[in-house]
Design a protein around this ligand. Structure first.
Ligand code: EPU
Length: 417
């Protein structure tokens, strides 16, 4: 198993190019199932989750041509196998995103029910409830969701809880349904707007993406299109937190500051100076960071996917911070690993109380999920001595060449077998 070795204590200086967003690219690739024509997606990041999704789409009969430089052409002219097997869904829950498109275009789908996940229970009841309201017949048999619908019809669906992939799944399904679908209490994440732009370029009629009411007027068919994936706001935020914790000055290009207002506010509160323009962000940090309270919530509030990284920052900040996780039930697993690096953290229910110390101590630590891994990388960058991070396959699911990008900023980080 591969590991990362980090020699901590160096400030970060230099420029990094931000990749396309994983959580935008995954649903965009699934949108290819909605048409028999070719869909070209640019700026697709080279990540393990993308490889898994492409394998799944190929297995279903989609022709996939990778042109390098993140350009992928997908053609789902003939769907031959409408199944997402357990082996794939268990490694990547986003596979549930094929359910809506398959049902809308092919009238049938068999998707393994995702089990619990390291960060929480993560049920998919809202996806199922919405598709049932649109006329799908759904049964759970032998761990699989069996869904059938001769023709989906429009419906008014009020989500009980704000769900990102649930909103994406139903938005895709509704594009080919008969009549109008109204999604209320919809997620407002920028990745949903990105997907809506692509679907609109394919001929879909969508209004309100980015607000909590999305209206989709069904059309009889969608056509091919070309779309460029938005920048990864979580990768952007991760590098910004790393530089705020380690000190220095970094320049991030191919990104967009408007995607992460809540994160930039917290970094400014921590003492960083941030400048930005249309497609870049510059961060300078010359002082010891101040502790910042965090409460995660759906967009546009502070993202759960940035909570772990800010915890590492708070571990070495001046003062005490209260960090409350409201999205997932079990997303504080990095606490135990950070404590092995001497961090002062107390957990009470879904909150962590973090009191900053002068310096973290290096240690052998273990990545438990994607963003927890990122927090350990940041902790390693600021710790005294050599930190070894095990199980970094979690990191490879969501960060493209993280050691290469951090090395370019002057960090001492390397991967070993
Ligand atoms: N939920 C339900 N029922 C459902 C769907 C969700 O109860 O049918 C609950 C979940 O258990 C959770 C909450 O609703 O407590 C929000 O979950 P959501 O459905 O929004 O999460 P997701 O769509 O499965 C996406 C991202 C996650 C990110 C969350 C929250 C993708 C592929 N994944 O997951 O990304 O944390 O939204 O913003 O878009 C990551 O990149 O590290 C990651 C985990």
């Amino acid at each position: 198993m591969q590991k990362l070795i980090i020699q901590g204590g160096l400030p970060l200086h230099g420029e990094v190019s931000i990749s396309g967003a994983k959580n935008a690219a995954l649903p965009l690739l699934c949108a290819a199932l909605l048409t028999g024509e070719s869909l070209t997606i640019n700026n697709v990041p080279a990540l393990q989750d993308i490889t898994t999704m492409l394998s799944l789409l190929k297995q279903m009969g989609t022709r996939v041509t990778e042109h390098g430089n993140g350009e992928i052409v997908l053609s789902a002219a003939a769907l031959t196998h409408l199944v997402a097997p357990y082996e794939m869904v268990k490694t990547m829950r986003a596979a549930i995103l094929v359910l809506g498109p398959l049902l809308a275009r092919a009238g049938e789908a068999e998707i393994s029910l995702p089990g619990g996940c390291a960060i929480g229970l993560r049920p998919v009841d809202q996806h199922i409830k919405g598709l049932q309201a649109m006329g799908a017949e759904i049964a759970i048999r032998h761990g699989y969701i069996h869904a059938v619908a001769k023709k989906l019809h429009g419906a008014r669906i009020v989500f009980d809880i704000v769900t990102v992939t649930g909103t994406e799944n139903l938005m895709m399904a509704a594009t080919l349904a008969e009549g109008t679908t109204i999604l209320e209490n919809a997620a407002r994440e920028p990745e949903i707007i990105d997907l809506a732009h692509c679907l609109s370029a394919m001929g879909a009629k969508i209004h309100g993406a980015g607000t909590d009411i999305i209206t989709v007027e069904g059309v009889s068919s969608l056509h091919g299109a070309e779309h460029t994936v938005m920048p990864d706001r979580i990768e952007t935020g991760t590098f910004l937190v790393a530089a705020t914790a380690a000190g220095g000055e970094i320049h991030l290009k191919n990104t967009d500051a408007h995607l992460l207002d809540a994160v930039l506010d917290k970094l400014t509160e921590a003492g960083a100076r941030i400048d930005s323009a249309a497609n870049w962000i510059n961060l300078t940090m010359q002082t010891k960071p101040k502790a910042v309270n965090i409460r995660t919530a759906p967009y546009p509030a502070f993202p759960t996917d940035m909570q772990a990284q800010f915890m590492s920052l708070n571990c070495i900040a001046d003062g005490t911070a209260i960090m409350t996780e409201t999205i997932f039930e079990n997303r504080l697993m990095h606490v135990q690993e950070l404590k092995r690096m001497n961090a002062n953290i107390e957990v009470e229910g879904n909150a962590a109380i973090v009191t900053g110390i002068t310096q973290l101590d290096s240690a052998n630590v273990m990545a438990t999920d994607l963003r927890a891994s990122a927090s350990l990388v940041i902790a390693g960058l600021v710790a005294q001595g050599e930190t070894v991070i095990d199980r970094i396959y979690h990191l490879d699911r969501g960060y493209e060449n993280i050691e290469g990008k951090l090395s370019a900023l002057g960090a001492q980080i390397r991967r070993i077998q």
